[in-house]
Design a protein around this ligand. Structure first.
Ligand code: WTA
Length: 647
């Protein structure tokens, strides 16, 4: 493991909001006096009615309850838009860069206000009220921002579904939160190809027996779609007849802001619920300090708004700070491998935040596509979504940042709302591959399998010992599942599902998931979801899915499939199964490797021994460990001999 250290430069220590001394002082205060620390931090948002209580939280199993600023009243959209109008009405809020490099737009805070109000009025006219769930299935177009903020404005709870999900996945989410309104587009455009957004929504609605009242359709490509005159409305037509003023709904601090479905180790995706004040304060504060955002900076996070990174660090965090934030519709390698860097030059981007999978893919394309661009505007680089290997970190630092820009490797999760462990660029020396030190108010603990808290240098499972304002409040509609998932493994602690090492300097090194969740190109995937999709195919009797190391994606999806009696394995069937999962869940869940296995390694009680399957998928048949407890140790030989990842 690399132990290179990139110290904080004197310029950075001077220019940043937070230097090392300040970090130490503020961190200590945030732990010693959380109420004092967070009530001060809460001044960064505007309140309709100020709070009198700060933290009221319990991690005790059976009584888990998380409330911050609970008697305060505010509105998130007001904080992201209206309060900036006086000073920044003409400042660009959003730079939109289209899939086609010739298309881009600047949207000022005033325009954002008007568009969000129109979208809000479109929803209000269709009887959407505070607390109603609105599903948003949109590509990376400005209307996605309008839709999200319009919900926040009227107090509706948005549930954004990533554009890469299938009709079945959309249907599952519609059903779970009983959402009766969908905002989508005719098609999406990515890397020069169109995506059938409206058709996917139509198919999803059929799967929920038509139980959707309204579909608002944004025209993106002009491609042909079916419109149901009783249910579907064109956004541009609806927007033409509504006002560009709409009052902000006063929201309690703990009123829900959004649901975001995320994969866990068991069952269907969980609806992670975030509420208003704590979330907004946490994402705004982390955005300011981790990215050292100053007025006038151009900030670009390449995530999709369908993921939490897009929610927190394209929209809510930056906009709460009055920033200029970029939304990018396209992909890193279209029209060519210089796209990111050309866009940085085109819009003079200062702060750039992307995922290791993109960095690794571009690294494979060599230095030339980077070096033919200037990137002189860049000041800071960020990474998120999965562990970044030191080689990719160094390439990002040296080639993309010309050894001039600090790299902030930010560890967090859908459930944490915002960044939890990351260097602050003026305060904390970086070690490639380490997310370094906790943000204010965050108390990481590393525990062993028995729940013993480990001290000093150690490795084990990563827990968070105390609540923080951006934390998930519940799993929508299933508080028991919430408690069980996050608070039952280790008493009185939030368990992240990640493994972690702490080094002698107190730096944290995330080692990846320790549960049955895999991280493919920075997308979280439950192995159980892929398994249940595979076994739904008529030829499959049993399936087990594990992750394996993949040079670009971080992890790839490796599926062991046992076929029904009488069905013969074939290349055609392999292809069919990949296409099946792709259609069922979405392209991000496509298995990379499928191994037809006559039998799976099971204990005598019938439990699949995944440890063995992981080792075989990792091409390490020599370290299978003890296989004597298997019901039929013979299956292992066949699995090893037919492994698909042989180097
Ligand atoms: C992983 C994305 C290492 C981790 C914001 C976590 C990381 C999961 C990092 C959450 C990082 C995220 N270093 N691993 N900097 N950032 N992860 O919910 O396994 O999509 O549990 O949130 O991504 O993924 P999610």
């Amino acid at each position: 493991m690399s132990e290179t250290i990139h110290p904080v430069t004197p310029e950075w220590a001077k220019r940043a909001y937070i230097d090392e001394a300040k970090y130490n002082e503020m961190y200590a205060r945030s732990i010693k006096d959380p109420n004092g620390f967070w009530s001060e931090a809460a001044k960064r948002v505007d309140w309709i009615k100020p709070f009198t209580k700060v933290e009221n939280t319990s991690f005790e199993l059976g009584k888990v309850s998380i409330k911050w600023f609970e008697d305060g009243v505010l509105n998130a959209a007001y904080n992201c838009i209206d309060r900036h109008l006086e000073k920044r009405g003409d400042q660009t809020a959003i730079i939109w860069e289209g899939d086609d490099p010739s298309e881009s737009r600047h949207i000022t805070y005033r325009e954002l206000h008007d568009e969000v109000c129109k979208m809000a009025n479109i929803l209000r006219l269709r009887n959407v009220k505070k607390g109603d769930r609105v599903t948003i299935y949109l590509p990376m177009i400005p209307e996605a921002a309008y839709a999200i903020l319009a919900c926040a404005r009227i107090g509706a709870i948005h549930s954004v579904v990533f554009g890469g999900f299938s009709p079945d996945s959309i249907a599952g989410r519609l059903r779970d939160c009983k959402s009766r309104v969908v905002i989508t587009s005719d098609e999406g455009l990515r890397g020069g190809r169109t995506i059938a957004m409206k058709a996917n929504v139509d198919a999803a609605i059929e799967k929920v027996n038509g139980e959707v009242d309204w579909v608002v359709v944004v025209k993106r490509t002009g491609g042909k779609v079916n419109m149901d005159p009783k249910r579907d409305v064109w956004y541009h037509e609806a927007a033409a007849v509504v006002e560009s003023e709409c009052p902000c709904e006063p929201m309690n601090a703990e009123d829900p802001l959004f649901i975001l479905y995320t994969s866990g180790s068991t069952g269907q995706p969980k609806g992670v619920l975030h509420t208003t004040a704590g979330y907004l304060i946490f994402v705004s504060m982390t955005h300011q300090y981790v990215f050292d955002y100053h007025d006038g900076d151009i900030y670009w996070c390449t995530a999709d708004v369908g993921w939490v990174t897009g929610h927190s660090y394209i929209l809510y965090g930056p906009l709460a700070n009055g920033a200029t934030t970029m939304m990018f519709e396209g992909v890193p390698n279209y029209p060519d491998n210089s796209r990111f860097w050309n866009v940085i030059d085109k819009h003079k981007v200062n702060i750039f935040y992307t995922a290791p999978t993109a960095i690794r893919a571009l690294m494979q394309a060599g230095d030339a596509p980077v070096k033919k661009t200037s990137r002189a505007s860049l000041r800071l680089l960020g990474s998120v979504g999965e562990p970044i290997n030191p080689e990719a970190w160094e390439w990002y630092y040296r080639v993309v940042g010309d050894s001039r820009c600090p790299v902030v490797d930010t560890w967090w999760q859908t459930e944490t709302g915002g960044i939890m462990i990351s260097p602050l660029p003026g305060a904390i020396a970086q070690k490639p591959g380490s997310a370094t030190r906790p943000f204010f108010g965050v108390v990481p603990q590393i525990v062993d399998a028995d729940g013993k808290v480990l001290d000093g240098e150690c490795s084990g499972n990563l827990c968070i010992a105390k609540s923080w304002p951006g934390q998930v409040r519940t799993v929508y509609g299933d508080h028991e599942r919430f408690e069980k998932t996050y608070f039952s493994a280790y008493k009185g602690k939030y368990f992240s599902g990640d493994g972690c090492r702490r080094d002698a300097d107190g730096y944290y090194w995330i080692t990846g998931r320790v549960d049955d969740v895999i991280n493919v190109s920075g997308h979280r995937m439950g192995t159980a979801e892929v398994e249940s999709s595979l076994v739904a195919h008529e030829s499959v009797s049993e399936a087990a899915v594990v992750g394996y190391p993949h040079d670009i994606k971080g992890q790839g999806i490796y599926a062991y499939v046992t076929l029904m009696a009488g069905v013969e394995p074939s290349e055609a069937l392999r292809k069919e199964l990949v296409a099946w999962v792709r259609k069922d869940i979405g392209p991000i869940a496509s298995p990379d490797l499928i191994q037809f296995a006559p039998g799976l390694p099971k204990t005598r009680s019938g439990k699949i021994m995944r440890r063995i399957l992981r080792k075989i998928a990792e091409d390490e048949p020599g370290s299978l460990g003890d296989t004597t407890t298997l019901a039929d140790p013979g299956v292992v030989t066949d699995l090893v001999n037919n492994r698909q990842n042989k180097k």
